[in-house]
Design a protein around this ligand. Structure first.
Ligand code: 2BA
Length: 108
């Protein structure tokens, strides 16, 4: 068994939730915040059998888009770097995904 942790942009959340429902994939959705942009994103926890991992990755890939964001000064960034005249472009997503082995799965 594997635990898939997928961080997606909030704009992709509805499409991905619907895709999981359609494919009968059980997922838990968390409201999260990116450490760099300090913007909201959505993190899914998906527990699946090993043979389902590729299908879940496909669903996530198809449901997540990459987007450009412009930021003037991320909170907490070194303020000695003057970014006032040149907003920085960052490409966010589609999805950041971790696949972890699961030692145990219990429902009490
Ligand atoms: P954020 O941390 O808010 O990062 C948003 C985007 O800002 C990143 O997109 C990346 O393009 C850029 N970025 C992040 N840190 C940067 C830095 N030190 N310097 C320059 N640009 C930087 P993504 O890479 O697509 O990441 C989207 C979100 O996925 C992240 O939001 C974070 O919530 C999560 N994430 C990404 N990598 C992660 C990791 N290794 N561990 C845990 N969460 C991660």
């Amino acid at each position: 068994m594997k635990l898939i942790i997928a961080i997606v942009q909030d704009q992709d959340e509805v499409v991905l939730s619907n895709a999981f429902l359609e494919a009968n994939i059980r997922a838990t959705k968390l409201s999260t915040t990116g450490g760099f942009l300090r913007a909201g994103n959505t993190t899914y926890l998906v527990g699946v059998n090993d043979e389902q991992v590729d299908d879940v990755l496909d669903i996530i890939r198809r449901s997540s888009s990459s987007r450009e964001r412009y930021i003037s000064q991320p909170m907490g960034m070194d303020t000695s770097i003057d970014m006032s005249s040149s907003p920085m472009k960052v490409e966010v997503g589609g999805a950041t995904v971790f696949v972890l082995p699961v030692d145990g799965f219990y429902q009490f």
